[in-house]
Design a protein around this ligand. Structure first.
Ligand code: EPU
Length: 293
């Protein structure tokens, strides 16, 4: 079978920000065998970037060197009583709806996160309702060499938007523990969460979600609003007037506009409060030296 590798694929098509220059190579493996064979054949020096739904990414205007791997074909969902085994490419919103219909709760706090299972696990996605790690039983991943491994929750260290897997690994699936419950109650909890998001976050505009991590004991959104930056704009990149920790793309924003705007936010908040806001989004691709920190 012919391998699905596209050359110079515009990354703006694969990020919720709708921003990003071309990936030199963009590979959509058909399954674990295809991915494994590719990793085994690839020269060690080939840069590899694994992406999920692209909902937490700022990709540079100059694109990404090497190969971007997209696990869109990893769509298996297996249920075994209260355990779920999911492929990394499964989108969280559809999965949560399916689980609700089947009377399986426990993951409703992830409602509205526009990401994949793999991306959510890699970033330890979370809301005020909990972190994905809380429900995780194990993670299955491929090493850069192509070797397949499964790690149990207890063998992994999780932190705020991070987990410690070896460099260059591709998460291919994850196993979760769920809570059987009434389908109506689960659906109601999902609806409440979505309604809250619609009220407090600019979910209909292109963005990468929250730009900065919340500093200990405070909220980045509160600090940015207090600095008077709601609505601040560089090019088509704008600090959302609805939620100040979101930068939205009003049309033709470039990664360089977003980067200049988030640098301005960092400076202003540092001047006003002494707090150093840290990036929550991942920046990938060719940025000017020192941009990614
Ligand atoms: N706030 C402001 N101004 C704003 C936005 C927020 O004053 O413009 C204040 C709010 O009034 C509230 C506090 O800041 O007192 C916290 O705001 P919110 O409840 O909206 O939550 P958050 O801490 O800003 C976190 C996650 C979100 C997640 C929500 C809901 C982080 C960085 N953010 O936001 O995650 O959706 O809780 O659970 O942890 C993401 O990861 O991309 C993301 C959006």
């Amino acid at each position: 079978m012919k391998r699905d590798i596209r050359l110079n694929e515009p990354m703006a098509r694969h990020t919720t920000f709708r921003i990003g220059g071309p990936a030199e190579r963009f590979f959509v493996p058909s399954g674990i065998g295809d991915l494994r064979a590719f990793l085994e054949e690839c020269p060690r020096e080939e840069p590899m970037t694994l992406i999920g739904a692209g909902s937490n990414l700022l990709v540079s205007d100059d694109g990404i060197r090497g190969t971007v791997i997209h696990l869109g074909a990893f769509q298996s969902v297996r249920l075994d009583e209260d355990r779920l085994l999911s492929g990394a490419g499964v989108m969280l919103p559809g999965l949560l709806q399916q689980l609700a219909r089947q009377g399986l709760g426990g993951l409703e706090f992830l409602g509205g996160i526009p990401g994949t299972v793999g991306g959510g696990v890699r970033m330890n996605a979370g809301t005020e309702g909990g972190w994905i790690a809380d429900r995780l039983l194990s993670v299955t991943y491929l090493h850069a060499s192509g070797a397949l491994q499964r790690k149990r929750h207890e063998e992994i260290t999780f932190g705020y938007r991070r987990m410690d897997l070896p460099e260059g690994t591709c998460i291919v699936g994850a196993e979760f523990r769920l809570e059987p419950d009434d389908p109506m109650r689960i659906a109601e909890r999902l609806r409440e969460r979505m309604a809250k998001r619609r009220k407090t976050q600019p979910i209909h505009l292109a963005s990468a979600g929250c730009i900065f991590k919340n500093p200990p004991g405070d909220a980045a959104g509160r600090l940015i609003e207090a600095a008077g930056l709601k609505g601040a704009r560089i090019g088509d990149a704008e600090v959302s007037p609805l939620h100040a920790n979101f930068v939205v793309n009003r049309g033709k924003a470039r990664a360089s506009d977003v980067l200049s705007l988030i640098r301005r936010i960092q400076e202003r908040v540092r001047e006003d409060t002494g707090v150093d806001l840290e990036f929550e989004i991942e920046m990938i691709g060719v940025f000017e030296k020192g941009a990614v920190s």
